[in-house]
Design a protein around this ligand. Structure first.
Ligand SMILES: [Zn+2]
Ligand SMILES: [Zn+2]
Length: 356
């Protein structure tokens, strides 16, 4: 059914316009988000529901609903303050549609959930330059950035990252770059020095390497790494997270990954309502669970994942166990070892980080 057919059907069954709210698919069509729907789901008051002589069955929420042709009506989900008016009918607004779709969580709705989230919340979701692990040359090393005006925040700069930045022409037209490093495995810092040398000698971009001064060894490790590869301290600035004055705010926390290295997770605060929790490489299920508890409806978690048993990476089945279905559209998985993990992650309803 397209928009006209929906409105015609509603008129045909003489629904009480004050006491009915058109939900989900039909509401998206009416608001021009999608083109077609197979049926019309309606929420209504108990009064109007009881007055209908339609057939009964059990609906998606496990409760009784009534139906006729391709109309289904229930007295659940009647929330008259979450609507928009179209042709005299009340349609669930986009926030409400998303809320219901996330509650019901059907895999076929995954893309529309993602689109709705993009329309409603994502002012500047992270862009990925790669989503693979150290060996996945097809997906390239996991690294992400956000750009606002002439400032870029780059997270990690693995072996493939510098070339991707050049290939995508992202270093032109920059005034300032902030670089946050999760840890010093080569797939996270492998081309950091190359990037700094290029920016220092070839451009006027101000280079800030983000550190947290309360983790005293972080600055030293990075300084020594860069120095050993020919990038002196006067080629770039270390900036403490507390001193950043830019389009984002950022905090860092220690996270468990491997015994050889210190690893850090970042909380990137985009605005009052949106925080991206970038966990990077980790095997820290407790950290993941605690982050999950903090997650507001506009927040996102980005974490590495493996579908194998691993001492250094989070396991897909372990996070499946502790992640409620209605939260999975806010969890982006990355750092893939193989294609199979992506297929499985999708099947389980998680979001999969992908290069633009
Ligand atoms: Zn890695
Ligand atoms: Zn690592």
């Amino acid at each position: 059914m397209n928009r006209e057919e929906i409105l015609k059907t509603l008129d045909k069954y003489n629904l009480n316009k004050d006491e009915c709210i058109i939900l989900s698919g039909a509401s998206l069509v009416a608001q021009g988000i999608t083109k077609n729907t197979n049926d019309i789901d309606i929420a209504t008051t108990t009064n109007f529901y009881n007055s209908l002589n339609w057939q009964k069955k059990i609906g998606a929420l496990g409760k009784e609903i009534k139906f006729i042709d391709n109309l289904e009506i229930s007295n659940n989900l009647y929330e008259p303050e979450k609507v928009v008016n179209i042709n005299g009918y009340k349609f669930a607004n986009l926030d409400f549609v998303l809320e219901v779709k996330e509650m019901l969580f059907r895999l076929k709705d995954k893309n529309i959930i993602k689109n709705l989230r993009n329309q409603l919340y994502n002012k500047s979701l992270l862009n990925f330059l790669g989503t693979g692990d150290m060996s996945n040359y097809k997906l390239k090393n996991t690294s992400a950035y956000i750009k606002f005006d002439k400032t870029m925040l780059l997270i990690d700069c693995g072996m493939t990252t510098y070339h991707e930045l050049l290939k995508k022409d992202l270093l032109n037209n920059l005034d300032e770059i902030y670089i946050a490093i999760t840890h010093t495995h080569p797939d996270h810092v492998g081309s950091l020095t190359a990037l700094i040398l290029y920016l220092h000698f070839g451009t006027n971009v101000k280079i800030n390497v983000i550190v947290n001064k309360s983790f005293y060894e972080q600055e030293n490790h990075l300084k020594n790494l860069l120095k050993s590869q020919g990038a002196n301290e006067n080629y770039y600035n270390f900036i403490d997270i507390s001193e950043i004055n830019s389009f984002f705010k950022i905090n860092s926390k220690r996270i468990n990954h491997c015994p050889e290295l210190d690893s850090y997770a970042y909380e990137i605060i985009v605005d009052d309502e949106t925080t991206y929790y970038y966990l990077g490489d980790n095997n820290d299920i407790e950290f993941y669970q605690n982050t999950l508890l903090k997650l507001r409806k506009n927040d996102y978690i980005f974490t590495d994942i493996s579908n194998k048993k691993s001492n250094v990476h989070l396991n897909l089945y372990e996070i499946q166990k502790c992640t409620p279905l209605d939260k999975r559209s806010q969890i982006y998985l990355m750092h893939f070892n193989e294609e199979d993990t992506i297929v499985l992650a999708n099947e389980l309803g998680f979001m999969v980080a992908a290069e633009e």
